[in-house]
Design a protein around this ligand. Structure first.
Ligand SMILES: [Zn+2]
Length: 286
């Protein structure tokens, strides 16, 4: 497998999730109107749009694989399904599908397609409906390892899946207002949330926790400093990493984390690149 160190897994999401014009039918608000009309089988739909839905279960997207010739192993694809199929599967398990339970992922203006994610973890019978001979829920890191990094389309899919996973996770951990404790409700097709308390109405946006990942090197002796956690499989080692603390620069975080973990003092710190990471973190590689 070819690994390009200039491109990173989960980066390069090709979907557009902001539109410059608020009246664009592909915008989150207007796409949601059309989605709700389609769910109700309303013949007077505001716009003609195509919808694709990516179901998630416990942080894992629906995916399918096709076998390939040679030693490359199976090729994985995200399990996008049509809105009609999604509706039928919900109906089969007796769960109501509403527009408010779906999260807007973005649009592709070429074919007027809007992409949505939906979390089906809540009810086992529902999640089971989505699994078939072709589809199963696959952990995102498994997909990352199985993806051919030279395949641009597969890498773009991986970026969309990571973006959706981050939004799903944010929805799960932001159910209540941090100011008054009331429930939060999704707004702008799940792109933000708001406190349901009329006296509070605090707005919440998905945020990320920055992480530094560092490869500490000893130039004189041609060595690199790696670490291992007790949960790692035998012979597995990794770069050191850690969260930024409030009021800390990237370089300071690199020095502090390395010192805390290994008691080794770091000299010059050089920035390499950055990437999103599924969940709610954003990593800087130094
Ligand atoms: Zn509140």
């Amino acid at each position: 497998m070819f690994v390009n160190l200039q491109s990173h897994a989960f980066a390069g999401n090709p979907l557009r999730f902001k539109t410059p014009k608020p009246h664009d039918p592909l915008s989150p608000a207007l796409a949601l109107e059309t989605l709700k009309a389609q769910l109700l089988d309303d013949i007077h739909q505001p716009f003609s749009l195509n919808f694709k839905v990516l179901p998630y279960r416990k942080g894992s997207p629906l995916a399918s694989s096709t076998s390939t010739d040679g030693d490359l192993g199976p090729k994985w694809h995200l399990g996008w399904i049509t809105l009609a199929d999604c509706k039928a599967l919900f109906s089969a398990s007796g769960v109501e599908l509403t527009g408010d339970s779906m999260v807007y992922l973005g649009s592709s203006s070429e074919q007027d397609v809007v992409y949505w994610a939906i979390d089906v973890s809540g009810e086992n019978s529902l999640a089971t409906e989505f699994v078939s001979k072709q589809f199963c829920f696959v952990e995102l890191r498994t997909l990352m390892v199985a993806t051919d990094w030279a395949d641009e389309r597969a890498m773009a899919d991986l970026a969309v899946a990571g973006h959706a996973r981050a939004l799903m996770e944010w929805h799960n951990i932001s159910r209540f207002c941090g100011s008054c404790g009331e429930k939060t409700v999704p707004m702008e097709s799940g792109r933000r949330k708001q406190c349901s308390n009329e006296l509070c109405r605090r707005k919440f946006y998905p945020r990320v926790d920055p992480v530094v990942i560092m490869l500490v090197i000893d130039r004189e002796n041609d060595r690199a400093l790696l670490g291992r956690q007790s949960r790692f499989v035998p012979r597995m080692w990794s770069c050191l990493a850690g969260f930024l603390e409030p009021g800390e620069s990237l370089e300071e975080a690199v020095r502090r984390e390395t010192w805390e973990e290994t008691a080794i003092e770091v000299g010059e710190v050089m920035y390499h690149s950055s990437q999103p990471w599924p969940g709610i973190t954003f990593t800087t590689l130094v």
